[in-house]
Design a binder for this molecule. Structure first.
Ligand code: SAH
Length: 213
């Protein structure tokens, strides 16, 4: 089967699972997922499943990427923060929808590989940083949208602080061991309101940098 055919089947499967935002489907369709998976998994690039990447991390399942992207309601004028660059796939999808994407990763190795992929694909509206994303990216705040792709034990205060008025934050929270839920938090003049989206399974959001003890 050709890559094009595999990509079409993936989009069809996303539609069947309830993804209806055409801009999101188009953005997913525009990103070659095979460029974001490691060589041994190339033939599974368009299967709707998470796959292992370096440093013991994972590239998320396309359905979850699409669902979180749809939940974020990104508009073309938006500056978006993504916490947990990983393979770079989610950032690449967001880069097709937003004005600018800021993405932070605690593993320099992963950030480096993702950066090469962005350059090769000509994605010029992504700014990367290696650091602890639980602190957000204060130098570039506030953000219209924030997406966290690793599970925290509670909503990081920095993410709430760095969310613009009218902003939306989508993130998984592991409130008790083994139970993660995806939340959408909206900020307005009255404060923050949260909506439960679904139960999920992400790698943990880890404070600090690797090797810092
Ligand atoms: N969005 C990624 C998913 C990667 S998995 C993709 O599309 O491939 C989550 C990533 O979050 C991992 O790479 C992990 O190293 C990173 N991560 C975990 N805790 C972090 C932190 N405090 N700051 C930045 N990145 C973090």
């Amino acid at each position: 089967m050709t890559e094009d055919r595999r990509r079409l089947l993936l989009l069809q499967s996303l539609r069947e699972q309830g993804i209806i935002d055409e801009r999101v489907l188009e953005a997913v369709g525009n990103v070659p997922r095979e460029a974001f998976v490691e060589t041994p998994f190339s033939d599974q690039a368009y299967a709707d499943q998470a796959l292992p990447i370096s440093c013991g991390q994972t590239i998320s399942q396309p359905y979850i990427v699409a669902l979180m992207t749809e939940a974020l309601k990104v508009e073309p004028s938006h500056r978006v923060l993504e916490v947990g660059t990983g393979s770079g796939y989610q950032a690449a999808v967001l880069s097709h929808l937003a004005r600018h994407v800021y993405t932070i990763e605690r593993y320099a190795t992963l950030a480096g590989t993702a950066g090469e992929r962005f350059r090769r694909l000509g994605l010029g509206n992504i700014t990367q940083q290696v650091g602890d994303g639980t602190l957000g990216m204060p130098d570039f705040a506030p953000f219209d949208r924030i997406m966290v792709t690793a599970a925290a034990r509670e909503v990081p205060q920095a993410h709430l602080d760095q969310l613009a008025m009218g902003g939306i934050l989508v993130l998984p929270v592991e409130e008790r061991p083994g139970r993660q839920d995806l939340w959408r938090i909206t900020r307005d003049a009255q404060g923050f309101s949260r909506e439960h989206l679904l139960a999920v399974r992400f790698v943990p959001l880890v404070e600090g940098l690797p090797g810092e003890g």
